[in-house]
Design a protein. Structure first.
Length: 207
């Protein structure tokens, strides 16, 4: 996917503010310039967005991503839940940001802060640096799990995640096995503290 395609997906997967609806024309223009395989799914999502009341979209977003564990927008959550293993898995994200010259800024997770595996953040990173796309490729199975969960709801947001997956390599056999395994079990339930991570304005602190 082009940098613009990743950026568009990042914008569409964030909470739908009024600025999103005010910019529908620009979003449609960006979608028309996306890679061919992702234009149709982007278009389907934008069509739903344009004909659905903002309050309905906002309610659907919360019900989908905040209240459904299988639909969490965190690339390590489906496999690890809130476990110590997830904390270890997120070290790869932190290393990738730092390796690209982006300095992590600590946040509390409640004042706009997000963990480093937050999908809109990773997509924003992918629009800026090849290391971001490498993270998406490494977590192709996790994206597939999210896509399946959104289709099961069903949610129009599946079109956005589908647009991302369409521009990544097909699932390899090991990834297919991971998808089958974790789709049946769902995210683990053990809860531990996780260190939050929040670059202000996402990745605007490049050095």
């Amino acid at each position: 996917m082009t940098a613009g395609g990743y950026k568009l997906a990042s914008v569409l997967l964030q909470y739908p503010t009024m600025a999103l609806f005010d910019g529908l024309g620009q979003l449609a223009e960006a979608a028309s310039g996306a890679p061919r395989a992702s234009r149709a799914p982007f278009g389907l999502f934008l069509e739903w967005l344009s004909r659905t009341p903002p309050e309905t979209v906002g309610r659907h977003y919360v019900e989908t991503f905040d209240l459904r564990r299988r639909c969490a927008l965190y690339l390590t959550y489906y496999r690890y839940g809130d476990t110590r293993k997830r904390g270890m898995a997120m070290l790869a994200f932190k290393a990738a940001y730092r390796g690209a010259g982006l300095q992590p800024v600590q946040g509390d997770g409640e004042a706009g802060g997000e963990l480093p595996d937050y999908l809109p953040l990773v997509l924003e990173f992918a629009a800026l640096h090849p290391r971001g796309e490498k993270l998406l490729r490494a977590h192709r199975a996790d994206l597939e799990l999210l896509l399946r969960a959104l289709r099961e709801v069903p949610s129009p947001y599946a079109h956005v995640v589908g647009a991302v997956c369409a521009q990544l390599p097909a699932l390899r056999r090991p990834d297919q096995a991971l998808v089958r395994r974790f789709w049946e079990s769902g995210p683990p339930a053990e809860e531990v503290g996780l260190e939050p991570f929040a670059p202000p304005e996402y990745l605007g602190n490049a050095q």
